[in-house]
Design a protein around this ligand. Structure first.
Ligand code: C2E
Ligand code: CA
Ligand code: CA
Length: 526
């Protein structure tokens, strides 16, 4: 699904894959149909030409039989042989007339009797077959003349082109044509005789040569478009091919868009760099200046758009993916924010939300070190927020981890304070620096409810323990004034700024901000 940056679940890739899957069988199928059709045309042309040659041979066989049977009449005067000659011609199919030839030329014809015609033996193919545009009997009507030489002279029989024409038409393939060639002369299905080079069909032309006579037949097809002809004969197959390919493409489209296991989807999204940091400003309640920001993760999903963290963080925590996701987020923030660090006030607080599972290995140490290495000393204060909802077991490993983090100058904040189960010992064991009062309590300020007293108690507790207090979810001036009056050090909420993309946050840092003049505008940005 995801390979070398190629994510088939993205709509554009999904569409491309489906298109490819559609195009592949269509092109292979069409290519196969096309070449198969051309082969069929070739075979049909070959068959048609062979059939025409056989029919021609059949007719010429009759003419040759006539010539042989009248051989004994040569040398006899025409008067004596004329009736026998005529009878023979009448009884033989296809033969129009037969003539006898002696050393002076053609001297006797079955139709006209005594004649004196020239015998041009050279003009015959192989000295015995000739296609003529006409003869002395019918001047402009082509005939096929077969000359059979003997000891005393020769016999000459002619076959009318009407027969040839019909035979060619009968054998020609459907939507194709056939032509007879004898020597340099060509006869087509319409009975037209051409000498030299005729216009041959454009497609699948096959030539079949007679084994007994010097003649050949050319058959082929004259189609305006092969694809058009293919559609006419194979439209059902083409339709089925298109429907089949479409079904496969739709299946691929559906398969690629199918929701995968959450873990697989998170892994894919991590490789595709879809988890992006949003930053929400943290305000010093006394000065109103921006003194830090909390990094909040967003999932820029290719098809679902921007996804809130509470919809995927619990699952990411469950399968352990939250650890690499947070590392990648820290790297992204370090890279981008360090490029504009000269515009950050000194000691700018950057806090990340860390899940309890992340505290189980020591990779967190390296990640924090690497983060701090991107900034000049003292430029930023790295804060890790641990939610009170997740119980962090205080064992030798976690205690050692937080001790080393403390030595590196990394601060620890207890998030959503007041909603979970952290005890006072817990607060002391882990050397907590900040308490973030949960926004559910802040929202009740001014309502005279129990929550307002809880806020007071939390503030009281934090102050006694010497912790820095942060109030989250501050939405109104009333809340801000109340918290300020109670000595809460830092405020965070929509009143001062919504979480915004890191790039936008960096752009918002103006030159004046570098001098610590970054002041909360009570803006409600994106
Ligand atoms: P959180 O750490 O308590 O973050 C504060 C949440 O309150 C954020 O929601 C923020 O957008 C929202 N918020 C800020 N100001 C106001 C306000 O004035 N009014 C109201 N109603 N809400 C406000 P978001 O970004 O949806 O995050 C929800 C939670 O998802 C976070 O709660 C945090 O527990 C978790 N989360 C976010 N990013 C990460 C992360 O990178 N790693 C881990 N492990 N958890 C994260
Ligand atoms: Ca938080
Ligand atoms: Ca919180």
């Amino acid at each position: 699904m995801f390979l070398f940056g190629f994510d088939a679940a993205r709509p554009c890739w999904r569409l491309l894959c489906a298109l490819l899957v559609f195009m592949l069988p269509v092109s292979v199928g069409m290519w196969e149909l096309h070449s198969n059709y051309l082969r069929t045309l070739d075979n049909e042309a070959e068959l048609a030409a062979t059939k025409a040659v056989r029919l021609m041979e059949g007719m010429l066989h009759h003419a040759e039989g006539t010539n042989i049977s009248v051989e004994p009449l040569i040398k006899q005067p025409c008067k004596a042989s004329f009736l026998a000659l005529r009878k023979r011609v009448t009884l033989t199919p296809f033969v129009r007339s037969t003539s006898l030839i002696n050393h002076r030329g053609v001297y006797c014809n079955s139709l006209l009797g005594d004649v004196h015609w020239e015998d041009d033996v050279e003009s015959y193919s192989d000295s015995f077959l000739r296609l003529l545009p006409g003869n002395q009997i019918r001047a402009h009507h082509p005939v096929l003349a077969l000359r059979t030489a003997s000891q005393d002279g020769a016999a000459l029989s002619t076959i009318d082109s009407e027969y040839l024409k019909v035979m060619l038409a009968l054998s020609a393939p459907v939507s194709g044509e056939a032509q007879l060639r004898v020597g340099n002369a060509w006869l087509d299905e319409q009975g037209r005789l051409v000498e030299g080079y005729p216009r041959l069909p454009s497609l699948g032309v096959r030539k079949v040569q007679s084994e007994h006579y010097p003649l050949s037949v050319y058959a082929g097809f004259e189609l305006p478009s092969v694809w058009g002809a293919l559609w006419q004969v194979r439209h059902l197959t083409i339709m089925m091919l298109l429907v089949f390919s479409l079904c496969i493409a739709l299946l691929v489209w559906w398969l690629l868009g199918r929701p995968r296991s959450m873990e697989g989807e998170l892994k894919r999204a991590l490789r595709a760099k879809e988890f992006v940091p949003y930053l929400q400003p943290l305000i010093a309640s006394r000065s109103g200046k921006v003194m830090g920001a909390e990094v909040l993760m967003r999932w820029q999903h290719p098809s679902s758009g921007l996804i809130r963290p509470d919809l995927f963080i619990p699952q990411a925590e469950e399968c352990g993916m939250i650890v690499p996701m947070t590392s990648v987020l820290m790297q992204a923030v370090a890279l981008r924010l360090s490029s504009c660090q000269d515009r950050l006030p000194a000691g700018f607080h950057i806090s990340f939300n860390i899940s309890a599972v992340h505290c189980l290995d020591l990779s967190l140490l390296d990640e924090c070190r690497s983060f701090l290495d991107h900034f000049s000393p003292g430029r930023v204060v790295l804060v890790l927020e641990l939610t009170e909802r997740e119980l962090l077991v205080a064992n030798a490993h976690t205690l050692a981890l937080f001790k080393r983090l403390d030595e590196m100058g990394v601060k620890l904040a207890i998030d959503d304070f007041g909603t979970g189960h952290s005890s006072l010992t817990y607060l002391q064991q882990f050397h907590v620096d900040y308490l973030k009062i949960d926004r559910s309590f802040i929202g009740r300020i001014g309502t005279e409810s129990l929550s307002e007293h809880i806020v007071d108690n939390v503030i009281d507790l934090g102050t006694r323990l010497g912790l820095t207090l942060v109030a989250e979810g501050v939405e109104t001036e009333v809340q801000a004034d109340y918290l300020w009056s109670k000595g809460v050090h830092y405020l965070q909420g929509y009143l001062f700024g919504c979480p915004q993309p890191l790039r936008q946050f960096c752009q918002g840092l103006t030159a004046g901000e570098a001098d610590g003049q970054l002041v909360a505008s009570h803006a409600t940005s994106a």
